[in-house]
Design a protein around this ligand. Structure first.
Ligand code: HEM
Length: 532
């Protein structure tokens, strides 16, 4: 009897294996030869399975792989069975521009929190998005950002003191002329962005710059986002209620749960808090928002969805751009000298560095920041969209409904069709001169899209730019910096043997999944400016 049962079990297993095999053969033949995207070139594995791009998110090199694929296959690359990446400025604007027959793809489902509510970033329904965006945008207008300036500058001052520390921990005495101990600027850029974010958005101080106790949150976010990057490429693992996605990257799942407890703490603490007279933050707009139908405040699950988004979007992005600024300035002495001269002659003191005509007049500062955003975009892979019923024409191609489409931002901003010598750090490319006429800059601007464009572009561009411009100016006004001596000075740059696309010593290395992170370097030393 037992033998009969085992035989029957064996037959069932063999039958199931045979069915799976036939299905795999069928689906592979269909995807390779009969699929509507069958004629688009791309890596064989990408044509067959979504796990191809999931893998590149897992190893954090999806931005490099997209660039490599365009070099091999051209501007239109099949990057998944139903996915196309498109590397042209026209293609970009056809995908992300206003009034296109295109919506956010299911990749964003990976970002849904425990409460499974849409945030302004994940909402695919255009009306829901519009409602959320109108609320959140109030916290990021130019006037609102000007109001946050004292808080931003206070945090930068704390950073400057910490950077000058000569014993690796405490601030150096005022008149010290010694170079500080070497510090990893990927980490300190991350702490600064996080401290500014909690202060400006939630009116909460976390003091990551000074106090190591809470720094775990940065690695927690990184682990969570790495997992989200993988899950976003295989969104079907969330379907059928089986929860297959929970099996992907268990450390990322633990980080996700811990992060959500923390986000809930932030939201609840802020809800209880009364701001002092005259103080404003981003979150108050969410707390004051009323539901269009019920006239009531936003329910807690919706607030939590926005809270989680703002913590990640507000810290992880600016920090990689800042680390990039420190890398490129410390590795390009002539740019450093020219920028230091501009900042130090424009502003008589650190306190005079504010948003206004002087900051706007710093043409070279703007060029340096733009060039860093081009070289190391904080969102460097492709923000995925899906073509809706009826299809969409993209850069001359009729793309059928249901196709996921995107442009790799790192790839577009390194496309030699728009940027001469794309891997060269050259802020002058943004400044009009006889050999670099306005028409040339116009061509570059169409392909310069670190904040995206259209209805879903970054809601907080004003805040992010203020952080980048003021931090760069304030640090350069206060101190000098240089790369650390010896092998530490090479941390952050590319090296032969580091992996495909990571060989250029002059390029700052990025690690990308859903957002981009700067993991290591540059390692720098600082000293007060008045020291000789
Ligand atoms: C240099 C820094 C930053 C860059 C380059 C950047 C870039 C981007 C990009 C490319 C998107 C579109 C993402 C997508 O569709 O998948 C985006 C969306 C968004 N960003 Fe930023 N971001 C930066 C800083 C910030 C900061 C500091 C915040 C504020 C907390 C923020 C808040 C948001 C929000 C709320 C959205 C969603 C907008 C929507 O879908 O309507 N970002 N950002």
């Amino acid at each position: 009897m037992a033998l009969l049962d085992s035989l029957r079990l064996l037959q069932i297993v063999v039958l199931l294996l045979a069915i799976s095999f036939v299905y795999l053969v069928y689906i592979s033949i269909y995807r390779l030869f009969f699929h509507p995207l069958a004629n688009y070139p791309g890596p064989l594995l990408a044509k067959l399975t979504t796990w191809y791009s999931a893998y590149h998110n897992y190893v954090n090199d999806v931005h490099i792989d997209i660039l490599r694929c365009h070099a091999v296959y051209g501007d239109f690359v099949r990057y998944g069975p139903d996915r196309l990446v498109i590397n042209s400025a026209n293609g970009f604007h056809d995908i992300y521009g206003h009034a296109k027959n295109i919506a956010k793809s299911k990749a964003y489902w990976a970002l849904l929190g425990r409460e499974e509510k849409w945030s302004v970033l994940t909402a695919w329904d255009k009306k829901v998005h519009g409602r959320k965006r109108r609320v959140i945008a109030q916290g990021f207008t130019e006037a609102a950002v000007r109001g946050y300036e004292p808080v931003i500058k206070e945090n930068i001052t704390i950073l400057c003191k910490r950077l000058l520390a000569s014993d690796g921990r405490d601030a150096a005495p005022e008149a010290s002329s010694a170079w500080s101990l070497p510090l990893d600027m990927s980490k300190f850029a991350n702490y600064l962005s996080f401290d500014i974010m909690t202060d400006v958005i939630f009116s909460v101080k976390r003091h990551l710059i000074e106090n190591p106790d809470y720094r775990w949150i940065t690695s927690c976010i990184e682990s969570m986002m790495n997992r989200i990057g993988v899950v976003s490429m295989v969104p079907w693992t969330r379907w059928w209620g089986l929860g297959l996605h929970w099996a992907i990257k268990p450390d990322g799942v633990r980080a996700y749960l811990r992060f959500h407890d923390e986000a809930e703490y932030f939201a609840k603490a802020r809800m209880k808090q009364q701001l002092p007279e005259g103080r404003k933050d981003v979150y108050q707009n969410l707390l004051n928002a009323k539901d269009a139908q019920t006239g009531e405040g936003l329910p807690l699950p919706e607030l939590l969805a926005e809270t989680g988004l703002l913590i990640v979007a507000g810290s992880d992005t600016t920090s990689s751009a800042l680390a990039g600024i420190f890398f490129y300035l410390s590795h390009n002495p002539s740019v450093y000298a020219k920028l230091a001269h501009e900042v130090r002659t424009t502003f008589p003191s650190v306190s005079s560095i504010t948003h206004g005509p002087e900051l706007r007049s710093c043409v070279y500062l703007h060029a340096v920041v733009d060039e860093c955003l081009r070289m190391c975009p904080p969102v460097s892979a492709a923000p995925w969209r899906v073509v809706l019923e009826g299809g969409q024409r993209i850069d001359g191609h009729d793309i059928p409904e249901g196709t996921e489409v995107g442009t790799g931002l790192y790839s577009l901003m390194h496309n030699p069709a728009y940027f001469a010598e794309p891997f060269k750090f050259n802020p002058d490319r943004w400044i009009e001169t006889e050999p670099n006429p306005a028409a040339n800059i116009e061509i570059q601007r169409r392909a310069f899209v670190p904040f995206l464009s259209g209805a879903r572009m970054c809601a907080a561009k004003n805040l992010a730019m203020a952080e980048l411009l003021i931090t760069t100016a304030q640090v350069l006004h206060t101190m000098d910096f240089k790369v650390a001596d010896g092998p530490e000075g090479k941390v952050g740059q590319g090296t032969v043997g580091m992996g495909v696309g990571r060989e250029r010593p002059e390029e700052f290395q990025l690690y990308s999944h859903f957002v981009t992170v700067a993991k290591h370097g540059p390692i720098l030393q600082f000293r007060r400016r008045d020291a000789d």
